[in-house]
Design a protein around this ligand. Sequence first.
Ligand code: PLP
Length: 374
Amino acid sequence: MIETKYFDNAATTFCYPEVLKEVMDNAIAYPANPSATHREGREAKAKLEECRASFASSLNVEPATIYFTSGATESIQIVLASLLLAKVPGKVIMSAIEHEAVLSWSSILKEKGWKIITLKAKNGFVDPEELKANIDSEVRLIAVQLVNNVIGSIQPIESLVSVTREKEREYNRPIFFFCDSVQGLGKISFSLTDLDVDGASFSAHKIKGPRGIGALYLKKPLQVIAKAGGQERGVRGGTENLPSIAGFTKALSLYLAEDKTNIININTQLRAFFKEKNIKVLSPEKNCSPYILSLSTKLPSEVLTRMLSDEGYCVSAGSACSNNAKGKAENVIKAMGFSDSIAQGTIRLSFSVKTSEEEALKLALLIYLKTKDF
Ligand code: PLP
């Protein structure tokens, strides 16, 4: 597989060779457990804290607000599971277009007596007024992602948080605002401090880092369900994966420094091409990540993705979170107000700086030729 024909970077990315080396170098240089009290353990711990400081500085936040986890799914789980410690269940509000890692908590919480309110997201955007209308004194947590993983829409987090803070003052109770920021990290510019969210999740493998490593941002420490060995200041137990943490930290600094012009050009050219050929683009023109371009054709997405795969191109049917990803992505697209047939024909192209313009245009032409007679 060559990276220039890989159009599935929202699912996962090719790891930077420099990051693979960083992982290996750190595995060799710091073999000891960072919790051990001998010199080698203390050295590993110092390296871990050096990574945390660098990671936090890339995000412009304090090192104490960053906790390393095994991925965004675990970061999300730590926050959502903490609700189960509440003496009395309350209400959670989440958008209908959250990733499964968030949505799947709906049934778990409901079973424990929590009420879940799901916000629609017409054309891919959550409406702050709708959020406002749904916050009452029982709401304990709100989860709205930064960038949607299926169509790339960027949510109005600042307005959503501002509405939340207003209601907090009205009811004189804290409401935790959680923002799954996986598809935003390194791809759009944002400040966690300006957004004023309480928690955010990140994943290394979406930014050319290693698999199985993620981070959780917490404005304030959180009481969690499984403290386990007490690592990561009691928020995420388990021996720290120092080599991968070093890899994630390196990937973040490399990714942030990348010149995104190529991606913006490709996105613009493909949009113009699909418009000319009357192919429906679902990704909004404004407030959208340039890294994702979703479109819908008359062919069922699994048929088209297979045809494109036969020609050496990797694209996905909306999302790739599980074997049942197509069904899940379709639900998300329907929650945006698109019809069943549009949802069934949705494919997602997602880019990296290595995506070639030439291959992108070839792929667009191929999509047109394969679908024009249906
Ligand atoms: N949230 C979003 C928006 C995602 O796109 C993904 C990955 O597909 C996740 C969460 C889960 O991330 P991870 O694979 O690190 O658990």
